[in-house]
Each structure stands twice: as structure tokens, then as C-alpha cells.
Design a protein around this ligand. Structure first.
Ligand code: COA
Ligand code: AMP
Length: 633
């Protein structure tokens, strides 16, 4: 069956389609129904079904006699270490760590926050939670104490599992002080913190609260898998919204397991036993789905890489990995390839390695510019496939289908809708946009399995953010169009989030931080184009009258404040001090116009602008920072 037929089945008979896919998962108790649509627009996949995600990801492979197969390859150029963990070992490690968590009081339904670098223990902690039916919430290591505290307050974890430090090229980032500060400022306090002490920067332990990773497991019996409902949450993963308060995306156990398993074969064209590498971080959705759950549920070998595409030690790092581990399919963000291309435009480093094992490269996280896609295909001589998804869905919405039918690769498109997703482009009036015409990209409900059923303890925000734009549709927050042949072009966000090096960040959250500085009267943050990271945040600030501080000092303070309050991952380094901000007569700041000025694009000032002369001031100001170049404007 070709793509068109599979897709048609999935939207015409979702229940039959997903019932078939669900057979590949081990259920403790079969589901009563494939889909409960009685509470629309809320839907539940596989109600009545009972399973355990850790069992499906680990134990069942051992039970099937594949215990000796490598489950996890850990490769860490930043610590100069490598390790292989077999499925049998992984079962033992997860069962023991689950026992340790249970001894600390964690039971089914409790939340556990995980704040760890890219080490196998991060996966072990996640799987151990899944084993207990506890709900994990992984917080990316590049986030600050403040962001961590926000998540602690929202998820109210019983236990936090953290690494004592992360290692960035050339610098050790102590996580333990960040964790301690986060717990101090959070209203909710965890009962315990389990700390993985790393020799590069061991953390100071808080007696009574903190327990060391190994010590927590001393004398512990392996814990069995606890059966949970298909509709019980497996995890919460926070993603940036338009305000400073992140959205807690909830993932259910049952639908997630089914979709993960299905995607490995049909999208990525993998076979169990092969090596799959997602060069991302467990703190992001790509890491959750394609470093941890999908490859393991499907019985592949997954790769945990603690390094960067460049600088650890050189732009040949990815090629070394592919050759050394016989990687069949790799997945990363376009920004990683742009980083390699910048340092090694002729791909000289590639000549040192064999790409024999590699079948395809998948890219996601941000729009893949045609230059990067073409360069990747040219140097690798393999299909480079852009596919589109978001934290909310947990897996691709559009892509290509190596296990069904490889569609032609067209640079600039994110492929065709993934079976299960009824993707439609709607104009501002809610009408279907004709082929080729831009509109809001929406998905007709129900969303397929694995997609978010709600936001953690905030059903109202879920409905407001995603379901209220058009009845019966999910709003992706992206704009784009579909061509005559059904290929989807995802062009950008329609909200105030930006995509920096494949990470979604909230400009609203950064504005809140800038506005908290005592010298700032008002401010706006926009995303400006960047050749490496796709976009970079830029702050435009108006200083309070009477403040005599020099601009450079203020800039440094503001950059430091965002780094401290949000984290280095925000990559906030550009600040323009301006006399005033352009606004409409009703006081709305014209962010989109400023973004176009910064990117030197044509723009039309709205008729309601209060004083058009401000735009010229902004242009002059930004050109001093190297943006809005007037000569080519
Ligand atoms: N812990 C602490 N700090 C971290 C961190 C972590 N886990 N991850 C990143 N940071 C810091 C970096 O050190 C950097 O700090 P700096 O401002 O002091 O230099 C900052 O956060 C920004 O990091 P990053 O976005 O990684 O930028 P970079 O300039 O260090 O590297 C790339 C650029 C393109 C190489 C890098 O972004 C990359 O490898 N991207 C791959 C894309 C990816 O993984 N996307 C995930 C979705 S698929
Ligand atoms: P995140 O939830 O952080 O993974 O960010 C998801 C957002 O990143 C999407 O809503 C898009 O705006 C953007 N994105 C991810 N993948 C792609 C892609 N392949 N093409 C275009 N935009 C993408």
C-alpha cells in the first residue's frame, strides 16, 4: 500500500487504523474502545487499556530473548567516555532505580522532575518513573533556577533527580547550585533530591533532603512494572507559550506507546536491532520521543551523545558517530548542519569516515532552509528529510515515509501529512485556503494518539490556546500553505514565540524579564534572522527618564538578567536602546514591523500607527547593531 492509501485509511477510519497499530504494543489488559469521543472536543485513546511503558521499552525485549542487544550507546566527547548498556542491564538499572524512588515515597501518579545532562542516568530515571507509573517532567539543563522553580511549582514533584553538573565545551555548568536556588525560591518543596555526582563538579548535599544516586539504590530490590491506564500521564513536558508561564504538555501512556512504535517503522523506516540516533537533548520533545521512548519501544539501539556537532572536537563529530556505531538513521535540527557547514563548508572531515550504514537524515525543530537541506543531501548522498512537529504532538505531523513509500524530496517543504493527522490550512475567516495560499495550519480533531490531551492541571488554558480558534480544530500555532500535490510548507509561528537553534522560546517571557529591570521604562523582544541559529532574540528597550547609566553597562545587565532568569539557552545577546517604541494609537507595540525592519524586509506600517517617524529612528538604531542595513533596503 502506498502513502495515499495509508493516509486515506487513517483519516477515514482512525479507529480501525490505530486498533491495528496498537497490536504491536504489549497490553496488560486490552482497551475497551479505541477512541472515546463522547466528550469531544476532548478525546481519549485506548480507554480501559492497561499497560506499562517501561515494560514495552525494556522488559519485553529481554523477555523475547534480546537481553544481550545494546539498548543505549553513551558517547561523551566532553568527558572522553563511552559506554554500552544492554537491554538486560537496562532492565536491572531501571528496576533498581525505580525501587530507590519507591523507597523515597514515589508512587503511581506522583511527579518527579529530572534535571540532568546527556548521560544514560537521565534515561534510566525517566524509565524508572514510567516503571512506577510516576509522571516525569524533564527540565532542560540550559534553563535557569527561575525556570526550574516555575516548573517545580506547577508539577509539584515529590522527588527531583538531578545531575551535579552539565558539561559544555570549555566550561562546566554546575547544576546543583541552580537546583538548590530553584528549590529555595519555589513555593513547592520536594521531599527529596537524588543527585548524580559527577567528578567534574560534585554538588554540596543538603542533609536530610539530598541523597546520592548510588546511595539511594543501596540494598534496593528491583521494582516490578506497575500497570497503568492508557490514559494515565506518562510525562509532562513544559514548552514556551506567549507568556512567562510555560505550558505543561501532558502525554498519556497508551497512545504514546502506539504512535512511537508505529512511527519508527513507517516514518523512519527502521528495523528492530538497528541503531537510531537523535542528536538532541532529553530535555526537548525530540529527546523524549526519539532518544528514549520510540527507539527503545521498537527494540532499536539508541544513542546518548554528550557533545556538539562542532568543537567536540571538530566538525567531523557526527560522521565519526555514524561510522563508529553503524547508525542507520539520524535525526537532528538544521542548525546543527548549519554549524557544521559554517566550519567545514567542503565537508573535508567527512572524507575520513564511511557513511555506509546511513540510510537517511531527518531534520526538524525549525524550518529547514533549502540551502542546508541541499548541502546535507549533497555531502551525504542520502535523502535529507525535513519533517515538522511540535512538543504538543510528540511526533511528526508532516514528513516522509521511508517505511511506506518515499515521497519525492522537495527542499522547502516539510513533506505530506503523517497518517492520523488531518491537516488543513484555514484562512482568517475559517475557510479552507486554496492550494498555494498561506493560512493557519490546523488539524481537524481528533488528534492521533500521543498528541496532548490537555495541559497539566489547566484544561481551560488547553482549550483556550489550542481549541478555541475554530470549532473542531486544533491550532498548531504555525502558518503555511499546501501546494497542489499536497506538500506542506511550514513558514513560521503566528504567536509571540521564536525558534532559536531548534528551541522554541517565548519573547513574552523575555520581555517580562527586561521589564523587571529598574531602569527600563518599556521594552519589546523580537526574533531577528540569524544564519546559524535561524533566529536570535533582540530586545528593544526604552530607558526611564533621569537614568544616567551608560548604555553598554545597561546592555550587559540586561543580557545577564535574561541569562539568569531564563537561561543561557535563550541566547539573548542583542539589546538596542531606543528613544521610544512604535505603537498603534491604541498602544499595541508593532513588533512585527520592527522585526521586518531588523531583517531588512519590506513592511507596511499600519494606518493606526501613532507616529510613523519612529520607524526611521528604529531603523537607524538597529543598523548600528548591524541589522536593518539601509543600503540594501
Ligand atoms: N546546560 C547548560 N548550558 C547549556 C546547555 C546545557 N544542557 N545547552 C546549551 N547551553 C548553553 C550553551 O553553552 C550556550 O551558552 P553560551 O551563551 O555561554 O555560549 C547557550 O546555552 C546556547 O546554547 P546552544 O543553543 O547550544 O548554542 P551554541 O552556540 O553552544 O551551539 C549549535 C550552537 C548549533 C552547535 C547548537 O545549538 C546545537 O548543537 N544545536 C543542535 C540542535 C538541537 O539539539 N536541537 C534540539 C531540537 S531537535
Ligand atoms: P518545539 O515544540 O519546541 O519543538 O517547537 C515546535 C515548533 O518548531 C513548531 O510549531 C514550528 O514552529 C517549529 N518547527 C519544528 N519543526 C519544523 C519544521 N520541520 N519546519 C518548520 N518549522 C518547524
Amino acid at each position: 500500500m502506498g502513502y495515499a492509501e495509508v493516509y486515506r485509511q487513517s483519516v477515514e477510519d482512525p479507529q480501525g487504523f490505530w486498533a491495528e497499530a496498537a497490536k504491536a504494543i504489549d497490553w496488560d489488559k486490552p482497551f475497551d474502545k479505541v477512541l472515546d469521543d463522547s466528550q469531544a472536543p476532548s478525546y481519549a485513546w485506548f480507554p480501559g487499556g492497561m499497560l506499562n511503558t517501561c515494560y514495552n521499552a525494556v522488559d519485553r525485549h529481554v523477555a523475547a530473548g534480546r537481553g544481550e542487544q545494546t539498548a543505549i550507546i553513551y558517547d561523551s566527547p566532553v568527558t572522553d567516555s563511552k559506554r554500552r548498556i544492554s537491554y538486560a542491564e537496562l532492565q536491572d538499572l531501571t528496576a533498581r532505580f525505580a525501587g530507590a524512588l519507591a523507597k523515597l515515597g514515589v508512587v503511581k501518579g506522583d511527579r518527579v522532575i529530572i534535571y540532568m545532562p546527556m548521560v544514560p542516568e537521565a534515561l534510566i530515571a525517566m524509565l524508572a518513573c514510567a516503571r512506577l507509573g510516576a509522571i516525569h517532567s524533564v527540565v532542560f539543563g540550559g534553563f535557569s533556577s527561575n525556570e526550574l522553580a516555575t516548573r517545580i511549582n506547577d508539577a509539584t514533584p515529590k522527588v527531583i533527580v538531578a545531575g551535579s553538573c552539565g558539561i559544555e565545551p570549555g566550561r562546566v555548568v554546575p547544576y546543583k547550585p541552580l537546583l538548590d536556588k530553584a528549590v529555595e525560591i519555589a513555593e513547592h518543596k520536594p521531599d527529596h533530591c537524588v543527585i548524580l555526582q559527577r567528578p567534574q563538579a560534585p554538588g554540596e548535599m543538603t542533609p536530610g533532603r539530598d541523597v546520592e544516586w548510588e546511595a539511594a539504590q543501596a540494598g534496593i530490590e528491583p521494582h516490578p512494572c506497575v500497570s497503568v491506564a492508557a490514559t494515565d500521564p506518562l510525562y509532562i513536558l513544559y514548552t514556551s507559550g506567549t507568556t512567562g508561564k510555560p505550558k505543561g504538555v501532558v502525554r498519556h501512556n497508551g497512545g504514546h506507546a502506539v504512535a512511537m512504535q508505529w512511527s519508527m517503522k513507517h516514518i523512519y523506516g527502521m528495523e528492530p536491532g538497528e541503531v537510531f540516533w537523535a542528536a538532541s537533548d532529553v530535555g526537548w520533545v525530540v529527546g523524549h520521543s526519539y532518544i528514549v521512548y520510540a527507539p527503545l519501544i521498537y527494540g532499536c539501539t539508541t544513542v546518548v551523545y554528550e557533545g556538539k556537532p562542532v568543537g567536540t572536537p571538530d566538525p567531523g563529530a557526527f560522521w565519526r558517530m555514524i561510522e563508529e556505531y553503524g547508525i542507520s538513521v539520524m535525526f537532528t535540527a538544521p542548525t546543527a548542519f548549519r554549524a557544521i557547514k559554517k566550519e567545514d563548508p567542503k565537508a573535508e572531515h567527512l572524507k575520513r569516515y564511511s557513511m555506509k550504514s546511513l540510510r537517511a537524515l531527518f531534520l526538524a525543530g525549525e524550518r529547514c532552509d533549502p540551502d542546508t537541506l541541499n548541502w546535507a543531501q549533497e555531502i551525504l548522498q542520502r535523502p535529507a528529510i525535513d519533517h515538522w512537529w511540535q512538543t504538543e504532538t510528540g511526533w511528526a505531523i508532516a514528513g516522509n515515509f521511508l517505511g511506506i513509500e518515499q515521497l519525492p524530496i522537495k527542499a522547502g517543504t516539510a513533506g505530506k501529512p503523517v497518517p492520523g493527522y488531518n491537516v488543513q490550512i484555514l484562512d482568517d475567516q475559517g475557510n479552507l485556503a486554496p492550494a498555494g495560499e498561506m493560512g493557519r495550519i490546523m488539524i481537524k480533531l481528533p488528534l492521533p494518539p500521543a498528541c496532548l490531551p490537555t495541559l497539566w492541571q489547566n484544561e481551560a488554558r488547553y482549550r483556550e490556546s489550542y481549541l478555541s480558534a475554530e470549532p473542531g480544530y486544533y491550532l498548531t500555532g504555525d502558518s503555511g500553505y499546501m501546494d497542489e500535490e499536497g506538500f506542506l510548507y511550514v513558514m513560521g509561528r503566528i504567536d509571540d514565540t521564536i525558534n532559536v537553534a531548534g528551541h522554541r522560546l517565548s519573547t513574552g517571557a523575555m520581555e517580562e524579564v527586561l521589564a523587571s529591570h529598574p531602569d527600563v521604562a518599556e521594552c519589546a523582544v523580537i526574533g531577528v534572522q540569524d544564519q546559524l541559529k535561524g533566529a536570535l532574540p533582540m530586545g528593544l528597550v526604552v530607558i526611564k527618564s533621569g537614568v544616567s547609566k551608560d548604555e553598554d553597562t545597561l546592555r550587559k545587565e540586561l543580557v545577564g538578567l535574561v541569562r539568569e532568569q531564563i537561561g543561557p539557552v535563550a541566547a539573548f545577546k542583542l539589546v538596542a536602546v531606543v528613544g521610544r517604541l512604535p505603537k498603534t494609537r491604541s498602544g499595541k507595540i508593532l513588533r512585527a514591523v520592527m522585526r521586518k525592519i531588523a531583517d531588512n524586509e519590506a513592511y507596511q506600517a499600519p494606518a493606526t500607527i501613532d507616529d510613523p517617524a519612529i520607524l526611521e529612528e528604529i531603523r537607524e538604531n538597529l543598523s548600528r547593531l548591524g541589522y536593518a542595513d539601509r543600503r540594501s533596503g
